[in-house]
Design a protein around this ligand. Structure first.
Ligand SMILES: Nc1ncnc2c1ncn2[C@@H]1O[C@H](COP(=O)(O)OP(=O)(O)OP(=O)(O)O)[C@@H](O)[C@H]1O
Ligand SMILES: [Mg+2]
Length: 272
């Protein structure tokens, strides 16, 4: 279990976390949502030991993050950052292998290469293995960074907006794989998403951040409602539920004065 106790984070007088407390259980996917610039990425960096908090503690299975031994702390983490540019002259296979940097030597061992190829095969991108990463599309880069994160066999997997560049098919590939492996390998998985519908579908536990505070936490079906969406984003949304009770959120188009929405136009053509 990953635990945050009374964590405060700030850049000068910009307060990003105000004595946050939460626990992230293993074997579950925890999804963080919140407005742009609210401090979600900074919070992940603090969990990873990359950003020192003003106060408070981060613990993994009861062991406190000690900044004198931060490399040791990070060994159990796999962290996929928000920035997906890969401006480096390496092949896809080499980038995936970097996920196991600590195990690399001048002569690469076959099992390591096989594991990297298998990670690519699992996400349907084996055909890209020998491509220069600088020639990939944004979505392909994002999937390759996911394969790299999987290579580390982490105890904690942290993904910062992992599907922001992905089409519907690869969103499903990545999120289903994450869901299955989190359960099977008993990872603590933490992911930042902006798409509330994906968050509702894949979160075992949803954490809602705003103004440095955790304003709601729990199962999506229990906490996602129009009042929460208005409080967090200042947006009027409709929240409905599918047959499994999973919420889905829709923000109606606000329209322009004198403008007839396309759906209304289509209906009037049909009905004359
Ligand atoms: N190194 C830094 N120095 C100063 N301010 C920073 C630094 N990094 C981030 N910030 C500021 O901290 C705030 C939170 O940034 P952060 O990247 O954590 O937000 P976020 O919630 O991940 O936003 P987004 O949804 O847009 O990715 C922003 O106002 C940002 O400008
Ligand atoms: Mg961010």
């Amino acid at each position: 279990m990953l635990e945050v106790r009374d964590l405060s984070l700030a850049f000068d007088d910009l307060l990003l976390a105000d004595r946050l407390c939460f626990q992230l259980e293993a074997g579950k996917t925890h999804v963080i949502i919140g407005p742009n610039g609210t401090g979600k990425s900074s919070l992940l960096k603090a969990l990873f030991g990359d950003l020192r908090p003003q106060s408070g503690e981060v613990l993994f299975d009861g062991e406190c993050l000690d900044y004198r031994h931060v490399a040791q702390w990070r060994q159990r983490f796999s962290y996929m950052p928000q920035d997906i540019r890969l401006d480096i002259g390496l092949t896809v296979l080499e980038v995936v292998l970097l996920g196991r940097l600590g195990a690399l030597s001048l002569k690469l061992k076959d099992p390591l290469i096989e594991a990297a190829l298998e990670a690519l095969e699992q996400i349907g991108l084996l055909h890209l293995a020998y491509r220069d990463v600088r020639t990939l599309s944004g979505g392909q880069c994002q999937m390759i960074l996911f394969a790299q994160a999987l290579m580390r066999s982490p105890r904690v997997l942290m993904l910062d907006e992992p599907v922001s560049a992905l089409d519907l098919h690869f969103q499903q590939v990545l999120l289903d794989h994450l869901d299955q492996q989190t359960h099977r390998q008993h990872w603590v998985s933490v992911m930042i998403l902006h798409d509330l519908n994906l968050a509702a579908q894949y979160a075992d536990n949803l954490l809602v951040l705003k103004g440095g505070r955790l304003i709601a936490e729990g199962a999506p079906a229990a906490i996602l409602n129009p009042e929460l969406v208005r409080e967090v984003y200042g947006v009027s949304a409709e929240v409905a539920y599918d047959q499994q009770g999973i919420p889905f959120v829709r923000t109606p188009r606000r329209g322009r004065s004198g403008h007839v929405a396309p759906a209304v136009q289509a209906r009037s053509v049909l009905t004359g």
